[in-house]
Structure formats: C-alpha cells, structure tokens
Design a protein around this ligand. Structure first.
Ligand SMILES: CC(C)(COP(=O)(O)OP(=O)(O)OC[C@H]1O[C@@H](n2cnc3c(N)ncnc32)[C@H](O)[C@@H]1OP(=O)(O)O)[C@@H](O)C(=O)NCCC(=O)NCCS
Length: 214
C-alpha cells in the first residue's frame, strides 16, 4: 500500500455458510424477477463454484434464525411475543460468484446492496473475481449480461471485458437478449499489465481493500 493511502472499511473474503441468507437477500433485491432464486446452500457444495462476499468491517446486522419448519415452540414464542432466536453478523454489501469450466471462469452472479452502490464495491468484486480466476489459471473471465443493463455493461467494459456474442431471448422473465462478454487472455502480459493498472487506479481513488484470499 502506498504511504498515506487509506484502508477501506470493507474487505473481500470467500463466502461461508453464515453468509448465505444475506447473499440471498442481496440477490432478491437486485434480481426481483429471478424465481426461484439461487440455492446458495447447493452452491456452497458445488466444487466448480467460488463465491466471494464484500464485508463491512464496522457494521453488523441482526439476522433472525431461520426456523427450519414452524414448530410448536416457535408458535408459542410468537403467541407470547418473544423474539425468535437470532444472531449478529457482519453486514455484507455485495457478492460475486463464478464457475470454473474448461479453463474459463464464468461470472454467474454479481450484485451490490442498493444503498451501497456507486462507491466502488462492484469494481472491487470484479477485481476479486479476476484475481481468483488468475489464481486458478483460468484463461479468460466470461459472463452474460442483459443488453439493457447499462451500469453492469459499463462496469465490465471498465475492466476490459468486450462483447463477443449475443444470446437471443436468454432471459426467461422478459425474453431479453444477453451480451456475452469476455476478458482477453489473462496470461497475456499486456492484459496482466492493464489489469495491474486498473487495480492501482482503484486503490488511488478508493483506498486499499483487504482481501482475505490473497
Ligand atoms: C452492476 C452493479 C454490481 C455495480 O455495482 P456498484 O458498486 O454500483 O459499481 P461501482 O460503484 O463499483 O461502479 C463501477 C463502474 O461501473 C459503472 N457503473 C456503475 N453503476 C453505474 C450506473 N448507475 N450508471 C452508469 N455506470 C455505472 C461505471 O463505469 C462505474 O465506474 P465510475 O465510477 O468510474 O463511473 C450494481 O449496479 C448492481 O448490483 N446492480 C444490480 C445487479 C446487476 O445488475 N448485476 C449484474 C448482472 S450481469
């Protein structure tokens, strides 16, 4: 870290079992027409999948315990207006997930909590996804994005993704097309140098974000 550079109040780390409820909440907020939502419990067991979360260092959130099934005890607690048991967790601000297949990393989902957008968290998640892809020796990072999703397309273009194809009527909810976007070849020294430049610009603008997997 350059001298005097500030450290951001949030960090990236791999998703854990304790995170799946908050990640599900962020997904529902970001993709309200996606039904059924992703089963993050299944994704935690998927060896091809890797998810990272952006964690606020200072803010915490109280999560009521998910009652597995309504049982008599819960019913009694509700009747007596006793709070259901729960736990406090660090507040998650966003997540990114990717699947590794045939030497490629494919971003399957990325989202930032609405109240925390436009603060560089989406960028940090993309940086993390690319760093993890490089660690796994993926040749490229690819993804699909709605053709109307200007914020996401702008984010990907900023990190060197280019439109390499179109999937017609890819989205079931409204029949919208998807752009297929891809980075250049990650092992290419020019691409690697460009990515280093992007990371430096990020750190200059926002500060240093601790990343647990590095
Ligand atoms: C796309 C998304 C992840 C961006 O997250 P974010 O934290 O707001 O993004 P950042 O603050 O890191 O912005 C990074 C860049 O993205 C682009 N961008 C982000 N939001 C934008 C907006 N509303 N309009 C235009 N460009 C935008 C800009 O290029 C921006 O760089 P800049 O700050 O130099 O202009 C966020 O809008 C989101 O969660 N959207 C809903 C879920 C979604 O659509 N996911 C993508 C599915 S493919």
């Amino acid at each position: 870290m350059a001298r005097g550079q500030r450290t951001l109040p949030y960090s990236l780390r791999p998703m854990t079992w304790d995170d799946v409820d908050q990640v599900g909440d962020i997904e529902r907020e970001a993709f309200p027409t996606l039904w059924p939502g992703t089963s993050y419990r299944r994704e935690m067991r998927n060896r091809q999948a890797e998810y990272s979360v952006c964690v606020h260092q200072d803010e915490r959130v109280f999560l009521p315990a998910r009652p597995p099934k309504r049982n008599l005890l819960d019913w009694l607690r509700r009747r007596r207006q006793e709070p259901l048991p729960g736990k406090e967790e660090p507040l998650l601000l966003g997540y990114v997930g990717q699947w590794y297949m045939a030497g490629e990393a494919h971003i399957v989902s990325i989202a930032v909590r609405e109240g925390f957008r436009r603060q560089g968290i989406g960028e940090l998640l993309i940086i993390g996804a690319m760093e993890m892809a490089m660690r796994r020796d993926a040749q490229v990072v690819t993804l699909e994005v709605r053709v109307s999703n200007d914020p996401a397309v702008a984010l990907y273009e900023k990190y060197g993704f280019k439109q390499v194809g179109l999937r017609r009527r890819y989205y079931a909810d409204n029949g919208e097309d998807a752009f297929i976007m891809s980075t250049g070849s990650l092992p290419d020294p020019e691409i690697a140098a460009a990515f280093d430049g992007m990371r430096e610009r990020y750190a200059e603008r926002y500060g240093d974000a601790p990343r647990d997997y590095l």
